[in-house]
Write a protein that binds this ligand. Structure first.
Ligand SMILES: Cc1cc2nc3c(=O)[nH]c(=O)nc-3n(C[C@H](O)[C@H](O)[C@H](O)COP(=O)(O)O)c2cc1C
Length: 251
């Protein structure tokens, strides 16, 4: 997804979205990659739109095997296109990226990460990634072997070095019967990353390169070998501080 302007953004699964500011012309283009986690991106899109953001979905062609164009269009309130040949008079291959406040690629397949890292521009989504000058967030989803492959890891490192935010995949049940690292991060987590980046605006990542250690959770002070003084801390504040530190460190 891509977002533009105050509180407007776009989110997508291998998608791009955008929203207009002030003009009342907010628009978003969500896109989807051909990853089976694409259906979860519907929840990310819903959270964005319900927060008042205008989202343009820019699906990849492959992603439409999992979530169809009609779903993206209905949920976002905008027509969707996977390629650069529709509405050519509006020059969508540059306009979408240029106008965005935020581009969110969710789920980011191994293929999309590779195309983005190498600067390919063979569909509307990758054209948008090349023309966007706003923050870009990738939320990867793939099998553990694909995620751990040196090619994918080098592509992720390249994207991060250029300033993109690549969220770590979650650990858990994957598409088949197997379990491991590679699940699409929880839609709530993706939304939270987007929200923080948009709230920060164009401010510099003032914690870039810094190492931050935050402890979270309740304290237990021993009184004797059996008893202790404690509190009911949930740890939520510590986790919130950690997420903010990450957002301020990665542009
Ligand atoms: C059922 C199924 C599930 C897939 N799930 C994933 C996935 O989770 N992550 C991934 O990187 N590729 C996955 N693939 C492979 C991608 O679909 C393939 O790399 C595709 O070319 C990606 O296209 P895109 O990046 O343009 O969306 C899956 C393929 C199939 C058939």
């Amino acid at each position: 997804m891509v977002s533009y302007g105050d509180g407007a953004y776009a989110a997508g699964c291998a998608d791009t979205t955008r929203a207009g500011r002030g003009s009342g012309q907010a628009e978003g283009r969500p896109g989807g990659q051909r990853g089976i986690a694409a259906y979860k991106a519907c929840e990310v899109l819903r959270r964005l739109t319900e927060s008042g953001h205008d989202v343009q979905v820019v699906p990849t062609e492959a992603s439409l095997h999992f979530v169809g164009a009609a779903t993206w269009s209905a949920l976002s309130g905008h027509p969707v296109s996977t390629q650069v040949w529709n509405d050519v008079h509006q020059v969508p291959h540059v306009r979408t990226g240029q106008a965005a406040d935020l581009v969110v690629v969710a789920p980011a397949t191994a293929d999309l990460l590779a195309r983005a890292a190498h600067g390919l521009a063979d569909d509307l989504l990758t054209n948008t990634l090349l023309t966007a000058r706003c923050p870009v967030v990738f939320a990867p989803a793939m099998h553990t072997e694909m995620w751990e492959h040196p090619a994918t890891q080098e592509n992720v490192a390249t994207l991060r070095r250029r300033g993109a935010v690549v969220i770590e995949p979650a650990v858990g049940r994957l598409t088949g019967a197997d379990t491991g690292k590679g699940r699409l991060p929880d839609p709530g987590e993706i939304f939270e990353v987007c929200r923080r980046i948009l709230a920060r605006g164009t401010a510099a990542p003032d914690l870039a390169g810094r190492h931050v250690v935050i402890s979270a959770g309740g304290t237990r002070e021993p009184l004797d070998p059996v008893r202790y003084l404690g509190n009911r801390s949930s740890g939520k504040q510590g986790y919130a501080l950690a997420r903010t530190a990450v957002a301020r460190g990665r542009g």
